[in-house]
Design a protein around this ligand. Structure first.
Ligand SMILES: Cc1cc2nc3c(=O)[nH]c(=O)nc-3n(C[C@H](O)[C@H](O)[C@H](O)COP(=O)(O)O)c2cc1C
Length: 213
C-alpha cells in the first residue's frame, strides 16, 4: 500500500474517553474543523444541518447530564452539536436555490432542478425528511473526525445522548432543528485514558470488501 498521511492520521485518532480538561483547542484549529464541516458535500447541496459550538460551562454540564455523564463533554474545550433540519420546506430549498443562483447565475436548469426537488421532498413525511437530513449531518461528522485528526485534535463522536433533552437545552425545536450527533473536541489525557494503549479493532479488508471485476 502507498504510504498515506491520511491513514496515519486515522490510526492516530481514537474515540477519546478521557480528555485533559486544562487544554484548549486553539481557534485556528477549530476554524479548520468548522470549515471542513462547511465544505462537506451533501445531497443536492442542501446542507440540511447546522452546527452549534458550545463552550458555555453551564450548558455543557446540562448536555453532559443528557448524555449519560460522559466526561469528554466537559473535559473537552468545545462541543460540536450537529443539528439537522426537522423537515424539508419550500423556503429552505428556495434558500439553497438562491445561493446557487448567486454563485452561478440564474440558469433555467437550476430552478428546474430545485423545483423538482421541492415537489419530491416537501410532501414526504417529516420523519423521512429528517432522517435524510440527519444522514447528511453524518457525512459532515466523518469529515470533522478526519479534519480533527489532521489538526492533531482529539474528538469523540457521540450518539449516546437523549436528543429530545439536548434539543430542549439548546432551544433547537424553535429553530426547526433536531440534534443528531455530538462531537467533543479537546486533547487526550494520555495517562488517564484507559483506551489509549489499546489496539485498534477493525474488520479485515477481506471481510469487508468484495470485488466485482
Ligand atoms: C456515530 C457514532 C456514535 C458513537 N457514540 C459514542 C458515544 O456515545 N460514546 C463514546 O464514548 N463513543 C462513541 N462512539 C465511538 C465508537 O465506539 C468508536 O468510534 C468505535 O468503537 C471505533 O473506535 P475508534 O474510534 O477509537 O477507532 C461513537 C462512534 C460513532 C461513529
Amino acid at each position: 500500500m502507498t504510504k498515506s498521511t491520511l491513514l496515519d492520521q486515522l490510526n492516530w485518532r481514537y474515540a477519546t474517553k478521557k480528555m485533559d480538561a486544562t487544554k484548549v483547542v486553539p481557534q485556528d484549529k477549530l476554524d479548520v474543523i468548522i470549515e471542513a464541516i462547511r465544505m462537506t458535500p451533501t445531497s443536492s447541496g442542501t446542507q440540511p444541518f447546522e452546527l452549534i459550538v458550545v463552550t458555555n460551562p453551564d450548558t455543557l454540564a446540562e448536555i453532559q447530564k443528557a448524555a449519560g455523564d460522559q466526561a469528554q463533554i466537559t473535559d473537552g474545550s468545545h462541543l460540536l452539536v450537529f443539528a439537522a433540519w426537522d423537515n424539508y420546506t419550500d423556503d429552505r430549498i428556495d434558500e439553497v436555490t438562491d445561493l446557487n443562483v448567486a454563485a452561478r447565475g440564474d440558469l433555467p436548469m437550476l430552478n428546474a432542478y430545485y423545483d423538482n426537488l421541492k415537489s419530491n421532498y416537501v410532501p414526504r413525511d417529516a420523519e423521512v425528511n429528517y432522517a435524510h437530513a440527519a444522514r447528511q449531518a453524518y457525512i459532515a461528522l466523518g469529515v470533522a473526525l478526519v479534519a480533527a485528526a489532521e489538526q492533531q485534535v482529539d474528538s469523540t463522536p457521540m450518539e449516546g445522548f437523549d436528543p429530545s433533552k439536548v434539543d430542549e437545552i439548546l432551544d433547537l425545536s424553535e429553530r426547526g432543528l433536531r440534534s443528531v450527533i455530538l462531537l467533543p473536541l479537546g486533547y487526550r489525557d494520555a495517562s488517564g485514558d484507559w483506551l489509549l494503549p489499546m489496539k485498534k479493532v477493525r474488520k479485515s479488508a477481506e471481510t469487508m470488501v468484495s470485488y466485482v471485476a
